[in-house]
Design a protein around this ligand. Structure first.
Ligand code: PMP
Length: 360
């Protein structure tokens, strides 16, 4: 068996010890004589798995008591709709920040339900910077303020948390959750698809403050209604049980690594190695303003795009896969989620230097 270094933006690399444990427990989980996939979600065995996963996540992120943790389906994209459906209440308007492709998707979906006010946008500079907070045109009557702390495609990450005052702050943390500590109490709601830093695709995490639960209109589908799901322990219908279990194994692994402080140290070191390699070369470049560069997703281009195909082919031969940039922007992108070992970044940096030396 040969494992590769997988730089995919998602579904993405998972920690090897997690996969090994899942393999070992595949046919018989803890003496039950069955796989987690075969269990009733309401049985004692699965309920213990589910509760442990939630507790471990709460420990890792220091989630305050007055927040509910929901294990849902539909991806972050379902939340693009569920957020206005649940949070607008009596209001009509919501504030959104536009910092890239995923902000735009969230805005487009929210427009089906809300009057969206785009408070700031960095589209004019190709989404290579974060609009300074002082310039945001916020609406004091907005039901919430939505932003995307990490733009997975553009590789743009907020180094600060906006101060939204009394307006609940909502964050799409799909590609940054668990990569570093975050003060959950600053947020009204945060959400993330699992397939980057949490586990397999099919599971979506929502962490929502109590007072924001219970405002959905009667038309909202029950599975998307936070109150319904919170009251049912995320089991208003059959939850994604295997994804929930695997997420729980990832949470245990993160705790064993030293938690999110340790992940931040490692993630900063990994990202710095790659950005240094890019910045110290005339052949590779990254357009993002240095203070807003993502720790998780590093897009870069080659001086000669004609070499893109060869770069990808040779990288793959060297065991470095899924480096192709998103189809909307081209070039390359290396995603460096928690489960990407530092040795993978070292191997990539070494390959890049060698390629440049031979081809530039
Ligand atoms: N938001 C961000 C920041 C993402 O990176 C993605 C997926 N790449 C999504 C939303 C959409 O997630 P999903 O496919 O889980 O709906």
């Amino acid at each position: 068996m040969t494992r590769v270094y997988n730089f995919s933006a998602g579904p993405a690399v998972l920690p090897e010890p997690v996969l090994e444990r899942a393999r070992d427990e595949m046919l018989d989980w803890n003496g039950t004589g069955m796989s987690v996939m075969e269990m009733s979600h309401r049985g004692k065995a699965f309920v213990s798995i589910a509760e442990r996963a939630e507790q471990d996540l709460r420990d890792l992120m220091r989630v305050p008591e007055n927040y509910r943790v929901l294990f849902l389906q539909g991806g972050a994209s379902a939340q693009f709709a569920a957020i206005p459906m649940n949070l607008l209440g009596e209001r009509r308007r919501a504030d959104y920040v536009n910092t890239g492709a995923w902000s735009k998707k969230a805005i487009a979906e929210a427009r089906k339900y809300a009057e969206v006010n785009v408070v700031a946008s960095s589209e004019a500079d190709g989404f290579t910077s974060i609009p300074p907070f002082e310039t945001w045109q916020r609406d004091p009557q907005a039901a919430y303020l939505h932003y995307t702390p990490n733009e997975t495609i553009g590789g743009l990450e907020f180094p600060w948390i906006p101060d939204s005052g009394d307006v609940p702050l909502v964050a799409d943390m799909s590609s940054t959750i668990l990569s570093r500590p975050v003060d959950v109490s600053r947020f009204g709601l945060l959400y993330a698809g699992a397939q980057k830093n949490i586990g397999p695709a099919g599971l979506t995490l929502v962490i929502v403050r109590d007072d924001l639960v219970g405002h959905a209109t009667p038309q909202v589908p029950s599975v998307l209604d936070y109150r319904v799901q919170a009251e049912a322990g995320s089991m208003s219908n059959t939850p994604p049980t295997y994804g929930w279990y695997l997420a729980g194994l990832v949470f245990q692994w993160l705790k064993a690594q030293g938690g999110l402080e340790a992940m931040e140290t490692l993630n900063r070191r990994k990202a710095q190695k790659l950005y240094n390699a890019i910045d110290n070369s005339a052949f590779y470049s990254n357009p993002v303003e240095p203070s807003a560069r993502s720790l998780m997703n590093v897009p870069f281009t080659l001086a000669d795009p004609e070499l893109d195909g060869l770069f990808l082919k040779e990288a793959e031969q060297a065991g470095l896969v899924n480096l192709k940039g998103h189809r909307s922007v081209g070039g390359m992108r290396a995603s460096l989620y928690n489960a990407m070992p530092e040795a993978g970044v070292d191997a990539l940096v070494e390959f890049m230097a060698d390629f440049e030396q031979r081809k530039a």
